[in-house]
Write a protein that binds this ligand. Sequence first.
Ligand code: THG
Length: 368
Amino acid sequence: MKKFYIAKARRLRGTPYSSRIESQGLTAYTTYNHMLLPASFEGIEKDYFHLKEHVQVWDVAAQRQVQIIGKDSAKLVQLMTCRNLSKVEVGRCYYAPLIDEQGKMLNDPVILKLSGEKWWVSLADSDIGLYAKGLASGLRLQAEVSEPDVNILAIQGPKSFKLMEKVLGEKVSKLKFFGFDYFPFKGNKFLIAKSGWSKQNGYEIYVENREAGLNLYDELFSAGKEFNVKPGCPNLIERIESGLLSCGNDFDNGDNPYECGFDKYIDIKSDINFLGKKALIQISKEGVKRKLMAVKIDLDQIEMMEEKTLQNGKSFVGHLRSAVYSPHFKKVVGIAMIKKEYWNKKTTFELEIGNKKSKGSICDLPLV
Ligand code: THG
């Protein structure tokens, strides 16, 4: 694989932790929400094994918050998602597909209600802040939309529990999955959720004060020595094996939430008001003709820059959207949009790269 550098610029925003992670052995960045997002430290395989056994601190400041405040804040947030938010509670996180007026995917954020009229929409990679501003002014809503200086640190891995308890106190380990609360550290208060983009357990710390965040960052590393803490980042292998979807990779604005398997986050029956509801009612009547599934391919490496076509003889099976070599399955594993007639898991397919054809099979998400 040919390697290139990423040219830094103000436009490609750094995070409060950039200088820390760069001196701690960062080897690759990607971009996300016009910001730098670490992609590798010791190489994704080494990072993967470490994540599954120990604990990592991730700079995921690129998971930007769209903050919505005002009398119409709940109305505006509900307008953007097909998940029913009418009963949401302060202190819980909600994974929710955002869709457009055609019922097509825009983003898949985690939504937090901070108080009666204050919300954070913790974004994947697309410009939802601009969309929300457009809706608010076009519909004359009393809702102020902004991007506050919130820079998330994720603490992920099986030992995250022990590290967090040591640094933030016993109470933090009582958090339930997708719950959040505030915890003090050296005179500052941090919003901490039991969440994160891995299935290895962990927490996310929504840092609102940069200096306090850097102190906490350093403390996590000094207190974490006994747990073999390392800097890390969302890991391509782990997230594909775990079936965590990536906006812009696995799905984009051409796909609807049913095709992405988001059925349980869609409510077209209640009288809630969201854009694209009519389109989703129509789609649910017709049923989808394709959906995201997992695949395994007999290859020992792959590079993904664009989607790749999967064939069965001359017939089209689907599009491979993300893929990586998995040391666990000892094959390439991936996420693909598969045509309905091939959902039957016994079908195999071929993938042609260069002049080489490889065989693959289809399975359910997540891979087991
Ligand atoms: N945390 C926060 N913000 C984020 C992400 C995050 N923004 C970008 C991106 N990740 C959004 N995408 C996801 C995808 C999956 C999950 C969270 C965010 C996730 N899913 C669980 C699952 O699928 O099993 C749980 C879903 C549920 O119980 O509803 O965690 O990671 N702050």
